[in-house]
Ligand binder design. Structure first.
Ligand code: PRT
Ligand code: MG
Length: 219
């Protein structure tokens, strides 16, 4: 494909990206929430959108199956970023990567006593780097979703997960005890594609940058 391929996930990333795409003059021909198509044409004949799982976006871009993609910093920290140029923080899909424990669990004391914490998460790399840097011994338990359940049923002492409103933690009697990183969505670009096809890709990247600046000024 000679044109531009953009990898996006449905849900909050697509919803919050649509206005930025529109500002760059790109509109999906179909709503990905309704369509079952995985390759969406756009109003521009030279631009198409791939609908992929959020955690798969960096993989598509790294291997050049997509030129551009939008992925949360959480996903990029796990992926590691190889082969990806990350020119822009889009400031959307904001949340925080946190350590959380059941209400009443004395996390500070457990850490101080050098206890070996069982931590459930889908973010193995991020969690392992975080606790290693603190010198805390952990047994990481890999889950694929609903981490909040694990401490409630004795599978783990703590979780590492994303928190935005805090409602999910509250509803499950958990409290956040440590912030690992603030998270927002980033534009990622295949490094080789940017070198070889800069005239095609650069205007789109710049249109995104302008849209992000305009949104920040309006806020
Ligand atoms: O859903 P799927 O398994 O396909 O993948 P995904 O969960 O990675 O994708 P998606 O679309 O749910 O999230 C895409 C991106 O949105 C993530 O990679 C984050 O960068 C970003 N984002 C922003 C969030 C949240 N906010 C968020 N609150 N992703 C997930 N959550 C979840 C969180 O894991 C927790 O279970 O929402 C719950 C907490 O929300 P509050 O509001 O109750 O605190
Ligand atoms: Mg999800």
């Amino acid at each position: 494909m000679k044109g531009i391929t953009i990898a996006l996930s449905k849900g909050r990333i697509f919803e919050e990206t649509a206005p930025l795409l529109a500002a760059a003059g790109i509109r999906a021909a179909e709503d990905p929430e309704r369509s079952r198509k995985l390759i969406l044409p756009t109003n521009r004949s030279d631009v198409r959108i791939l609908i992929v799982r959020a955690s798969d976006v960096p993989t598509y871009v790294q291997h050049g199956a997509a030129d551009l993609g939008i992925a949360g910093r959480d996903v990029l920290m796990e992926h590691g970023g190889a082969g990806l140029y990350q020119p822009l923080d889009l400031g959307i899909a904001r949340c925080r990567m946190m350590v959380a424990v059941p209400e009443g669990f004395d996390y500070a004391l457990a850490v101080k006593q050098g206890a070996r914490l069982r931590v459930a998460t889908k973010y193995l790399r991020t969690a392992s780097e975080h606790f290693a840097a603190k010198g805390v011994h952990v047994e990481l338990i890999k889950l694929y979703g609903s981490m909040e359940l694990a401490p409630l049923v004795g599978l783990a002492d703590a979780i590492v997960d994303l928190v935005s409103s805090g409602n999910t933690l509250r509803a499950n009697h958990l409290v956040a005890v440590e912030e690992i990183a603030p998270v927002s969505a980033r534009l990622v670009v295949n490094q080789a594609a940017l070198k070889l096809r800069r005239p095609l890709l650069q205007p789109v990247i710049e249109a995104f940058a302008t849209a992000v600046r305009t949104a920040a000024e309006a806020a």
